[in-house]
Design a protein around this ligand. Structure first.
Ligand code: ZN
Length: 367
């Protein structure tokens, strides 16, 4: 089929006015000016009219487990208080609640134009029971603070669960789908052994790794000065605290993964900045448009185009999908969305200013 729109933003060259995309099966096969696409390709035309056609958005970090906690945890005074509040809520939930929560989260994310999600789940054993409506990179989130002697066991069980993820839209890297990953939760909840085991397996099995690092001032206080509410809370759980009192979380992390050195070099290393929504236990929606808008308010000197890259091209690269997702290009997965044309002269400003549900979405060639 041929999908035509007033403007096509490919992220692979300048936007195309009166553009069109030819889709065959689950792939994009051609993109360009509507007249040229019509000449080169057979098939029915779907004319989306006065809309901007864009690559589907990629959420680089979220926890759909907690979609059901929407509005339940008011903003807390501190990160430690937030952890206590979410732990109290989690104690009331059963596996069936988490399954409903994850499904609800997928549906909401898709309504906001997200076609690929890097989703951390604390319940990898539930993955086989879920059929995601968008491409999903499942990360098994692992915490061993209460039983560090079981680190290896925990990782091995997670790998087994990940292997049972349903194959729909969770394809191998070569097929352009999303791979699998491990998420040792954070430096303060995952032991060194757990990080090491995840690192070894990731390297051996070519799977992805993600973690939470330097999220709060309290985490900085804990590692740098062995002080503060997070330090006291984590200590009370029984974690050995002998790595606290000298380094920043980032220094500690770089030492742990054997890349010790000054964090000041990070900028020059060209970090690949991506946007994510985190969960509804700490955010109001699963919309990446809202995240792009919030980023723009915070960093007005960054161009709208660059911000849009943080929800398309950059996370595609982070998930090792840069040759399959995040752009409208021949051979790429047919993940497409639209936003209405608003009349603003800069198309990227129009995209970032869009606040609602997307009018049209295609995932892997299907609407
Ligand atoms: Zn998170």
């Amino acid at each position: 089929m041929i999908v035509r729109a007033r403007t096509v933003v490919t992220m692979d060259g300048p936007p195309i006015e009166n553009g069109a995309v030819a889709v065959s099966g689950n792939r994009i096969v051609d993109v360009g000016r509507f007249d040229d696409i019509k000449t080169r390709n057979a098939g029915n035309t779907l004319d989306l009219g006065e809309q901007v056609l864009l690559p589907g958005l990629i959420n680089a970090h979220c926890h759909l487990d907690y979609t059901c906690l929407r509005g339940k945890i008011p903003p807390q005074k501190s990160f430690t208080e937030w952890i206590r509040a979410i732990n109290a809520e989690k104690a009331t939930l059963a596996p069936k609640d988490y399954i409903a929560s994850i499904n609800e989260g997928f549906a909401e994310a898709k309504r906001f134009g997200t076609t690929t999600i890097a989703n951390l789940t604390a319940f990898p054993e539930l993955i086989p029971q879920i059929q995601p409506p968008v491409r999903t990179c499942w990360f098994a989130e692992l915490i061993d603070i209460r039983a560090p002697e079981r680190a290896n066991e925990l990782v091995d069980a997670a790998i087994e669960s990940l292997g049972r993820a349903r194959p729909e839209l969770v394809l191998s890297e070569a097929e352009g789908g999303a791979p699998l990953g491990l998420a040792p939760h954070a430096l303060f909840t995952a032991s060194k052994d757990l990080f090491r085991r995840c690192g070894e397996i990731a390297q051996r099995e070519h799977i992805l790794l993600t973690t939470h690092l330097a999220e709060s001032r309290e985490e900085m206080e804990m590692f740098r000065h062995a002080l503060g509410p997070l330090y006291e809370f984590i200590k009370s759980i029984g974690r050995p605290m002998n790595d606290c009192g000298s380094t920043t979380p980032l220094e500690g992390f770089l030492n742990l993964i054997g890349r010790g050195g000054s964090p000041n070099r990070l900028r020059s290393l060209g970090f690949n900045v991506c946007l994510g929504t985190d969960s509804l236990a700490s955010n109001e929606s699963l919309s990446l448009f809202a995240e792009m808008c919030a980023f723009q308010k915070e960093f007005p000197s960054v161009s709208a185009e660059e911000i849009f890259q943080m929800a398309t091209v950059n996370p595609a690269r982070a998930l090792r999908q840069e040759n399959a997702l995040g752009q409208i290009r021949p051979g790429f997965g047919a993940d497409l969305i639209t936003v209405p044309c608003s009349g603003s002269t800069n198309v990227f400003e129009q995209i970032i200013a869009f606040g609602g549900r997307v009018p049209w979405v295609m995932v892997s060639g299907k609407t």
